[in-house]
Each structure stands twice: as structure tokens, then as C-alpha cells.
Design a binder for this molecule. Structure first.
Ligand code: BTX
Length: 254
């Protein structure tokens, strides 16, 4: 694999042409003891998943639909920050390969001009105080044409091909994504999450924005001012500062 510039990520590569969800299959591999750094790639998902049982549109040959197995030594409560780490890595990779100045919408989306290019779904398996594995799912819309987007996504989603006006090499982008993710993971392992959180702030499109926060039972508006050390979003509202935890809310520009 001459193109890969990584030592850990991709040392085992599983390729399955068509699958329900790369995260589902990768969780099985991880539970069965696959090595850290195993990746699973597919051409299409017929049950691609987002957060909160939402779907992820994953048409054949048009994207990078990928899951990565990590076995980090940090505490289970730190695992959600793998999403932030991955977002930083993928933004850097897309900027390097395509020049598109995309940014991160807290917590798990990469947008360009308000439209979603990438989704990230981190799932963890832990026992007691130790992580067994983390599966990071990454969906990148690479060569989807605008007329191929389903009507409900037309206003919400975009792809690298739509934005650059030409096809983008999935092979090249994949190698840079894995390289950047390996760098980010190495940084976390040597220096903790603080440097990544700082990079995340620089690449965020959410901070400084007026947002509506929509939870299961509540809803409020405010200005997103920062993320804290746990990756929670801090929102200033007329009633004071709210701390918003990923997983149970959506946010949208107000
Ligand atoms: P999310 O819950 O933040 O976003 C899901 C929402 O995004 C959907 O409800 C829909 O509105 C919109 N959407 C669906 N498909 C697309 C698309 N292709 N492009 C842009 N917007 C879309 C985001 O969840 C996390 C998605 C992770 C996907 C990866 S792919 C590999 C791995 N396997 C798997 O099943 N999921 C992950």
C-alpha cells in the first residue's frame, strides 16, 4: 500500500463492497478482538446511521464511508472527544486535498457554506473504568452530484465534487484523512485533548454564532461562546450560561 503514510491506521483493512453500516460491522470486528487501527471501507451503505437513529445517505462509489477502531488508554468519559479529534483531522485533510475552507459545526459535522460535507459518529464499548474499543465512523460526501442528492438533503448537504466542480480522488483523500487522524491521535496520546480542543476552536464555524438549541424536552436560543474541557458547548443566554452536551440535542443557526 504505497500511498498510506500511516503506521497504525489501516494496518488491517477490511473492504466490503456493500453493507448496512460500517460502524455496525466494525463494532463486531472490534468485539472479536481486531487490532487497533483496523479500518473498514465500503462503497455503499443501505443502513448508514447518524446520531439519534437518523440515517446517513451513502450512495455506491460516491463517498468515503469508513470506520476506524481505536483502543485508547484514556478514561471512558473522554471518548466523546474522539469526535472532536476526528473532525479536526478531517477538516485539515479536506482543506489540504481540495482547498475547500470547510469548518466544524459542533459536535460532529463538517460544513461548507452551511451545508454538510461530512458526518462523524463515535461509538464506544467500555467495561468498568477502561475503554475496550472506540469505533469512529466517518462519512464524507466526495463525488455525489447535486442531482443525485435526495430532495430532503438538497438544501442541507453538499459534496466535494459539487463544491470544486470536479471529481476528487477518494484514494488520495483517504490517505490524507488517515494520516491526519493518526497525527491527531498521537497528539492526544502524548499531550491530552487540550491542544486538539484549541485546534477545534480555530476550525469551528459554531463559535460566535447565534444558535437555537433543540433538546428532547426543551429549547432555547443564545450565542455559542466556547467549548469546555469536556467538549461541551457553552451557550450564553439571557438567563445565563448553558452547558450543552452532545448526544441529546441539535443546534442550528438562529
Ligand atoms: P447526524 O445525526 O448529525 O446527521 C444525520 C442527518 O444528516 C440526517 O438526518 C440527514 O438530515 C442528514 N444527512 C443524511 N445523509 C447525509 C449526507 N450523506 N450528507 C449530508 N447530510 C446527510 C451524522 O449524524 C453522522 C453520520 C456518520 C456517517 C458515517 S458513514 C460511516 C459510518 N457508518 C455509519 O453507519 N455511520 C458512519
Amino acid at each position: 500500500r504505497p500511498l498510506l503514510k500511516t503506521a497504525l491506521l489501516g494496518r488491517e483493512i477490511v473492504y466490503i463492497a456493500s453493507i448496512d453500516s460500517t460502524n455496525n460491522e466494525t463494532k463486531k470486528l472490534a468485539a472479536a478482538g481486531c487490532v487497533e487501527g483496523t479500518i473498514l471501507l465500503t462503497e455503499e451503505q443501505h443502513g448508514g446511521r447518524g446520531r439519534l437513529s437518523r440515517g446517513w445517505f451513502s450512495p455506491f462509489g460516491k463517498g468515503i464511508w469508513l470506520s476506524v477502531v481505536l483502543r485508547p488508554r484514556f478514561l471512558p468519559q473522554e471518548a466523546p472527544k474522539c469526535t472532536l479529534m476526528t473532525a479536526v483531522a478531517v477538516v485539515k485533510a479536506i482543506r489540504k486535498v481540495t482547498g475547500i475552507p470547510c469548518g466544524i459545526k459542533w459536535p460532529n459535522d463538517i460544513l461548507y457554506q452551511g451545508k454538510k460535507l461530512v458526518g462523524i459518529l463515535t461509538e464506544m464499548n467500555a467495561e468498568m473504568d477502561a475503554i475496550n474499543h472506540v469505533v469512529i465512523g466517518i462519512g464524507i460526501n466526495v463525488n455525489i452530484a447535486s442531482e443525485e442528492l435526495p430532495p430532503d438533503l438538497a438544501a442541507l448537504a453538499t459534496s466535494l465534487q459539487i463544491e470544486t466542480g470536479q471529481p476528487v480522488s477518494r484514494r488520495e483523500l483517504l490517505t490524507v484523512v488517515l494520516y491526519e487522524l493518526e497525527q491527531a491521535y498521537a497528539l492526544v496520546n502524548t499531550q491530552g485533548f487540550d491542544p486538539i480542543l484549541e485546534q477545534w476552536r480555530q476550525l469551528s464555524v459554531t463559535l460566535g454564532q447565534k444558535v437555537d438549541v433543540i433538546g428532547l424536552n426543551n429549547r432555547f436560543s443564545g450565542v455559542a461562546v466556547d467549548i469546555d474541557r469536556d467538549g461541551a458547548l457553552l451557550v450564553d443566554t439571557p438567563a445565563g450560561q448553558e452547558r450543552v452536551i452532545a448526544g441529546d440535542v441539535s443546534i442550528r443557526p438562529a
